[in-house]
Design a protein around this ligand. Structure first.
Ligand code: ADP
Ligand code: MG
Length: 307
C-alpha cells in the first residue's frame, strides 16, 4: 500500500467526515473558531525507547500519545476540538500495526469528543516517533494558566499519583499497567477549573516538579504535606511494605492528574480531590515537602527531565 492509500484507508476515517479536515485531500485543515472563543493548542511527542518501550503495543502508543495531549487541554480548562497526527516510522508499518493503532485512536475520539484534522507521515532513520498537536476551545479569556495562583491558595490534586511509575518500574497488576498505558485525561474537571481555579497544571513530570512549575509561574513558594490519600490502595500497600518510598511516587511522573491552586472555599467544587498543600509567600518555585511520616523530604530530583 502506498502512502496516500494508507492515509485514505487508515487515517481518513479518523476525520469522522468533519468538513474542517477536507477529507485529508488538501494541504491543511481549515477551522472557524466559534464566536467569543479562543483556540488552545498543545503538542506532545512520544519517542520509542524514551517515552515507551520498543515492545509497547500499538494501541497503548495510540492511547498514550493522544491522552497526554488531552491532559494538557484539560489543565488549560479547554474543550477538545481536533488533533493533528505526525508519525515517523523506522520501517513500513504492517496492516496489523496500523489497524490496532488507528482503532485505539478512534475509540478515544469517541470517549473524549475529538477528531483527527490532519497530520504528517515520514520515514525516520531513528526510532518510531509520534507527535500529536491537539486543539481545544475555551471561552474568551477563560484559559486556566499556571501563573494565576496566589499565596494562601490551597493546592488540590484531582486523583492519586504514582501508579504509572510503578507500572513503568515493572510492578505487576492491571491497575499499574493501565495507569501507565491508558492514563485518563481529566477533561471532566475542565469546566470546573475555568470557574474555580486560579491556576492549574497537569502532572506529567512528577507531582513535586509540576507543583514547583505552577508555584514558580505564580510567583509563590509551595508546601506539600503527603497523606495516604495521595496514593491508590495498591500503591499505598507497596509503600507500607517498604517496596517503594513515598518520594519515588511524588517524582515519578506520567500521572496526568491535575494540580489546582484555588481558594479554600472552591474545594467543594472538586469532588474526590485531594488537598495536598498550599501556595505560600517565599522564593518562587521553592518547595517544602513533608513525607507520610511528617519528615521533610528532599529528593535529589523533583521529577523527570530529558537532559
Ligand atoms: P503535504 O505534502 O502537503 O505536507 P502530505 O502528503 O503530508 O501533504 O499529507 C496529505 C494529507 O494527508 C494532508 O491532509 C495531511 O493532513 C494528511 N496526513 C498525512 N499524514 C497523516 C497522518 N499520519 N495522520 C493524519 N493525516 C495525515
Ligand atoms: Mg506533509
Amino acid at each position: 500500500m502506498k502512502e496516500f492509500e494508507t492515509i485514505a484507508a487508515y487515517f481518513r476515517p479518523l476525520t469522522e467526515s468533519r468538513a474542517e479536515a477536507l477529507s485529508l485531500l488538501d494541504d491543511a485543515a481549515v477551522f472557524c473558531i466559534p464566536k467569543d472563543h479562543e483556540l488552545v493548542v498543545t503538542t506532545d511527542m512520544l519517542v520509542a525507547g524514551v517515552h515507551f518501550a520498543a515492545d509497547f503495543q500499538p494501541q497503548h502508543i495510540a492511547h498514550k500519545s493522544l491522552r497526554v495531549n488531552l491532559s494538557d487541554l484539560a489543565a488549560m480548562g479547554a474543550r477538545p476540538l481536533s488533533y493533528q497526527l505526525a508519525i515517523s516510522y523506522p520501517e513500513k508499518p504492517s496492516h496489523e500495526w496500523l489497524a490496532a493503532f488507528t482503532s485505539a485512536l478512534a475509540e478515544d475520539q469517541k470517549t473524549f469528543g475529538i477528531f483527527c484534522s490532519g497530520g504528517d507521515t515520514t520515514r525516520t532513520s531513528g526510532p518510531l516517533t509520534i507527535s500529536i498537536t491537539a486543539m481545544g476551545l475555551v471561552p474568551h479569556g477563560k484559559a486556566v494558566k499556571r501563573s494565576g495562583g496566589k499565596a494562601g491558595d490551597i493546592l488540590v490534586l484531582t486523583g492519586p499519583v504514582g501508579d504509572a511509575c510503578l507500572g513503568l518500574n515493572g510492578h505487576k497488576g492491571a491497575h499499574f499497567e493501565s495507569a501507565l498505558h491508558k492514563p485518563l485525561p481529566r477533561l471532566d474537571v475542565a469546566e470546573c477549573l475555568r470557574t474555580h481555579a486560579h491556576a492549574a497544571i497537569d502532572v506529567s513530570d512528577g507531582l513535586i516538579a509540576d507543583t514547583a512549575h505552577l508555584a514558580r509561574a505564580s510567583g509563590c513558594a509551595a508546601e506539600i504535606r503527603v497523606t495516604p490519600a495521595f496514593f491508590s490502595a495498591p500503591a499505598l500497600a507497596l509503600i507500607q511494605s517498604g517496596a517503594v518510598r513515598d518520594e519515588d511516587l511524588l517524582t515519578g511522573g506520567d500521572d496526568y492528574q491535575i494540580v489546582v491552586a484555588a481558594e479554600e472555599s472552591a474545594l467543594a467544587f472538586f469532588p474526590g480531590a485531594i488537598v495536598i498543600g498550599r501556595l505560600t509567600t517565599g522564593t518562587p518555585g521553592q518547595m517544602t515537602v513533608y513525607g507520610l511520616k511528617g519528615e521533610i523530604l528532599n529528593p535529589p530530583s523533583y521529577g523527570w527531565t530529558h537532559f
